[in-house]
Design a protein around this ligand. Structure first.
Ligand SMILES: [Zn+2]
Length: 279
């Protein structure tokens, strides 16, 4: 019951953010973008239409997927393929449907739900990929996400920013939006000026089809209408949502969640027993 109301509340908050967001104009000229997805499907749910639009405009879009996402499989169909192989196959199909070139997709095999254990390797890999691909736009998970792998990916990006290794504009996407993320804006409403949305427009069809390719985990959805009724419906509206963060953001990690220093100062309980992360 509580989770039902929490889910409804997050859906409403997501809608409010989308209504308040400013429209992000992608340059018509070809650019270069790197998308980081902790799990197969994050790229589609969060920014599938934006990827398809950029590809249509001639952008080079690269994708790094951190895990094979095996434990989050929704259905246990009998199959000769291992869950990992099946997910990789679905991911490749989704990438093609979004217009991605598979040679621009890097699939890492970090353990699902424990990317943190590979943090040093993740830092090195991201630094190498960014140096090689030179993106002008980086799309990464939101630090205030409820999933630990999303927070770890964001932490890696912010660490590289502080080390001066990322010059690209960075947009962070929410998948499992947390209330800490809402507090981040409550404590400084001016940050709402850096909430952006892109219109899915004609690229929504590609996004729908890409997500339907994840047949082992899309809760039985078989059509675009099913997606609008299912648990994923907030990701299949007319817009995709992104946040920009303070360039030199500094966070405190408490019980696995990140809080800005401003929040921690205002609510001392968050600041006890804290592990500071130098971000
Ligand atoms: Zn994910």
């Amino acid at each position: 019951m509580i989770s039902f109301f929490l889910r409804r509340a997050v859906n409403v908050i997501y809608k409010i953010y989308t209504m308040m967001a400013r429209s992000l104009q992608l340059h018509e000229r070809a650019g270069s973008c790197l998308v980081i997805a902790p799990h197969p499907d994050d790229e589609t749910l969060a920014c599938g239409a934006t990827i398809a639009r950029m590809r249509d405009l001639g952008w080079r879009v690269s994708l790094i997927v951190l895990t094979d996402g095996t434990p989050s499989e929704a259905t246990a169909e009998s199959s000769e393929q291992s869950p990992s192989t099946k997910r990789r196959h679905e991911l490749a199909q989704a990438c093609v449907l979004l217009g991605l070139d598979l040679k621009d997709c890097v699939f890492l095999d970090y353990p699902d739900s424990n990317v943190e254990s590979c943090f040093d390797n993740l830092l090195k890999t991201l630094a190498t990929q960014i140096k090689a691909r030179k993106p002008t736009l980086l799309i990464a998970p939101y630090p205030y996400d409820r999933h630990p792998d999303h927070r770890t990916a964001a932490k890696a990006v912010m660490t590289l920013v502080q080390e001066g290794l990322i010059q690209a504009r960075i947009l962070y996407y929410p998948v499992w939006l947390s209330f800490q993320g809402v507090l981040y804006h409550v404590f400084n409403p001016l940050r709402l000026l850096r909430v952006w949305r892109t219109a899915c427009g004609p690229y929504k069809i590609q996004k729908d089809n890409a997500f339907l390719a994840y047949y082992s985990q899309n809760a039985g959805a078989q059509s675009a209408q099913d997606l609008l009724k299912g648990p994923w419906r907030r990701y299949f509206g007319p817009y995709e949502l992104f946040f920009e963060m303070d360039a030199q953001a500094s966070f405190i990690q408490h019980k696995g969640f990140l809080f800005s220093r401003q929040m921690a100062a205002a609510a001392p309980v968050m600041a006890t027993k804290r592990d500071e992360v130098s971000l």
